[in-house]
Write a protein that binds this ligand. Sequence first.
Ligand code: SAH
Length: 240
Amino acid sequence: MASTIRLFVDHPLGQAQTVPLSSAQAHYLFGVMRRGAGEVIEVFNGRDGTWTAEVIEARKKAGVLACVEQIAPQRNAPDVWLLFAPIKKQRTDFIVEKAAELGAARIVPVVTEFTNAERVRQDRLQAHAVEAAEQCGGNYVPEVADATKLPDLLDGWDASRRILFCDEGRAGAADVLSGLPAGPWAILIGPEGGFSDRERARLHSIDHAHPVSLGPRILRADTAAVAALTLWQQALGDWT
Ligand code: SAH
């Protein structure tokens, strides 16, 4: 049996609601996946839950679906953001994909002193987040923000959102997250070069930033992002 195709659509969903496809989606669905009129796929828009939808018009670069029924309610990610310093392109793509799968509400590329990645393309990263949401069965797509400099981000920070500061300087016995308070959080991961002394000093001076260790070994930034999200989800998120 062919696996169910799931598409993110930026369009309202509801009983008998018709949904136009983009040319890229029509190409994928009818050209690549060889689906046609009468076939049923799943769609979600990040607001109205997951719906089954029937193809009612299939053309090479266009198409129309009609919603049939809602098969899952809307389920948003828990309120955790991932702040990470962009690294090499493929590893940055990996971080965005894994953050979408593991359940981050928002993804923010952060430029730190030792960040030496080339410019990040927000639109490319957002497309990766959409693709990851489509294939992992969720119906929420984290928003990818434009890259922001760390000092600017910290200057404008809302103190009610705690920061889980993954500090390679604390590498050793992993900290237990289950004692930390629930509520909005943001996980902060540094670049391959780590945080500078100045950055570390500033982060340590912030009351709502909690420095944590991710165990005895120094992890690459992409591994650290996955490990930190896992620990957070397990202790404070929606895995329990
Ligand atoms: N070059 C640095 C390591 C940077 S690792 C050094 O040798 O010290 C990239 C990022 O992953 C770090 O900035 C930190 O946010 C996170 N990280 C990696 N291993 C960690 C650990 N054991 N504990 C806490 N954070 C870690």
